[in-house]
Design a protein around this ligand. Structure first.
Ligand SMILES: [Zn+2]
Ligand SMILES: [Zn+2]
Length: 154
């Protein structure tokens, strides 16, 4: 997949927001830039910490409002965690995620899903124009060190 196509440009977002009667505010830009500069998939609270470097005294409500707009406009991905909260990803390129069952941490997995698997889905089900959403779940290295139980052993 073409990475250029996958990362919509800031000035396009500015135009799109204007069409929807919204403006590109410094806070909105800071939220987007903070998300694009990290691969930690932060929560809204964690993101507030990152944005505060650019926009001091930004409120959590402002973070949530701007995240909502950016998700709606397709510039940010919202990722549910097993804990019921959400994390956010500014990287729209094709990649997979592995999510920790214990703490909800999300790491990127750069791994191609076999195109043959999609062909086989079509053969087996008759569905065409397939896309796929694969998500791995496990225990992250930090949590594995904290939990001495048998369930983490491989
Ligand atoms: Zn963990
Ligand atoms: Zn990601």
């Amino acid at each position: 997949m073409n990475a250029e196509e996958e990362a919509p440009r800031i000035d396009e977002l500015r135009n799109r927001l204007r069409e929807h009667g919204m403006r590109m505010t410094p806070q909105r830009l800071a939220v987007l830039q903070a998300l694009r500069s990290t691969d930690s998939h932060p929560t809204a609270e964690e993101l507030r910490g990152l944005v505060q470097d650019l926009v001091p005294r930004v409120s959590l409500g402002t973070i949530y409002r701007n995240l909502h707009v950016l998700v709606e406009e397709g510039y940010v991905r919202r990722l549910p965690t097993p804990q019921g909260s959400h994390r956010f990803d500014g990287d729209l390129s094709a990649h997979l995620h592995v999510i920790c069952r214990e703490c909800g941490r999300i790491s990127d997995v750069h791994l191609e899903i076999d195109a043959l698997a999609l062909e086989r889905v079509t053969t087996l089900t008759g569905f065409s124009n397939l896309s796929q959403r694969v998500e791995f779940r496990g225990i992250c290295p930090d949590c594995r060190d904290l939990i001495p139980s048998e369930k983490c052993k491989t």
